[in-house]
Design a protein around this ligand. Structure first.
Ligand code: UDP
Ligand code: MG
Length: 312
């Protein structure tokens, strides 16, 4: 008999939580050969989420919870869940039923019978998502997979079932700027991918604006590749080379034809262009330095205000 930890990060999920709980208990009953712990991580919700979770905990012994002192973001919430989990297998789910709990029995069967350490899920469609968002998401995956040695699967969700061994490896990565999609592949292990059609959120609304997603994408790039820095160096060299050729041409022209001063508009354009490029790469450098700055402060990744243990 194996123990399975189900980790659910929740931020303002009062509408979806009751629906989620109903669905997940159905699945847990179906898998009655195993024991469960259901860990809700309340990521500083401003609505009634925490009270709903406490109600679950009161009537259901399988329910545990961790409640943050403020909103720390989904990455921090997932880490807290993993820290608190005690199961032999651990799974992460969203509270909005976009990660179908009914896939769990199949995932467990694969991890127990076949030789895998992890069963991940990826959505093959992005139905119900704004087309612009899908387009940029696809571009992002192309870009980062070109730049980084770590493979990131397009459409991969954080919904996955992992062995205790893999979870422990992930817990060894204590970086402040967490980008889980990269961390899952960084730790390695054998992953089998299950595909499913995108499901729309049951209730409430998404917490991801386009801008937030954009910043998250930059985070992923900075966290898992230094190729942008290399490009900066390479472009710098290229520009020096072009400048050298131009100098030669100008010297030769002046010697042969005279006429040393002409073409100041082109000069102005070149100066603006080159300083633009410089500022751009200074910005990229800044991104990396900013991340280093945050990392060296060693601030806690999340702060827990209460858990179910203190309540009992
Ligand atoms: N979430 C969280 N902290 C946050 C934002 C989101 O714990 O700061 C949780 C949220 O409650 C949900 C999951 O992360 O369970 C996914 O969020 P959402 O559905 O808004 O993202 P989407 O599915 O649209 O990418
Ligand atoms: Mg969602």
């Amino acid at each position: 008999m194996k123990k399975i930890s189900i980790i659910v990060s929740c931020y303002n999920e009062q509408e979806s939580l009751p629906l989620f709980y109903k669905e997940i208990t159905k699945v847990m009953e179906e898998m009655d050969k195993n024991t469960f712990e259901l860990i809700f991580v309340n990521d500083g919700s401003k609505d009634n989420t925490l009270n709903i979770i406490k109600d679950f905990a009161k009537k259901d012994k399988r329910v545990r919870f961790v409640s943050f002192s403020r909103n720390f973001g989904k990455e921090a919430a997932m880490l807290a869940g993993l820290d608190y989990s005690t199961g032999d297998y651990v799974t992460l789910m969203d509270a909005d039923l976009q990660d179908p709990p009914k896939m769990l029995p199949e995932m467990l069967e694969i991890i127990e019978k076949e030789d895998y350490d992890c069963v991940g899920t990826r959505r093959v469609t992005r139905k119900g998502e704004p087309p612009i968002r899908s387009f940029f998401a696809r571009m992002f995956y192309k870009l980062i997979n070109h730049m980084s040695k770590i493979e990131m699967v397009d459409g991969a969700r954080d919904y996955r079932l992992m062995t205790r061994q893999m979870v422990n490896s992930i817990l060894e990565c204590r970086e402040y700027n967490r980008y889980s999609k990269g961390l899952w592949s960084f730790v390695g292990y054998k992953t089998k991918w299950l595909e499913f059609e995108n499901v729309e959120r049951v209730a409430g609304e998404t917490k991801w604006s386009f801008w937030k997603l954009f910043k998250y994408a930059i985070e992923g790039i900075v966290a898992f590749t230094t190729v942008p820095l290399t490009i900066a160096g390479f472009l710098g060299m290229l520009f020096c080379f072009i400048a050298f050729i131009f100098i030669l041409i100008i010297i030769i022209k002046t010697i042969i034809f005279g006429d040393p001063v002409s073409g100041w508009p082109s000069l102005a354009c070149i100066i603006i262009f080159v300083s633009g490029v410089q500022l751009f790469f200074l910005g990229i450098l800044g991104e990396y330095i900013a991340k280093m700055y945050l990392e060296t402060k060693k601030r806690p990744i999340y702060i827990v205000k209460e858990t179910e243990e203190e309540k009992k």
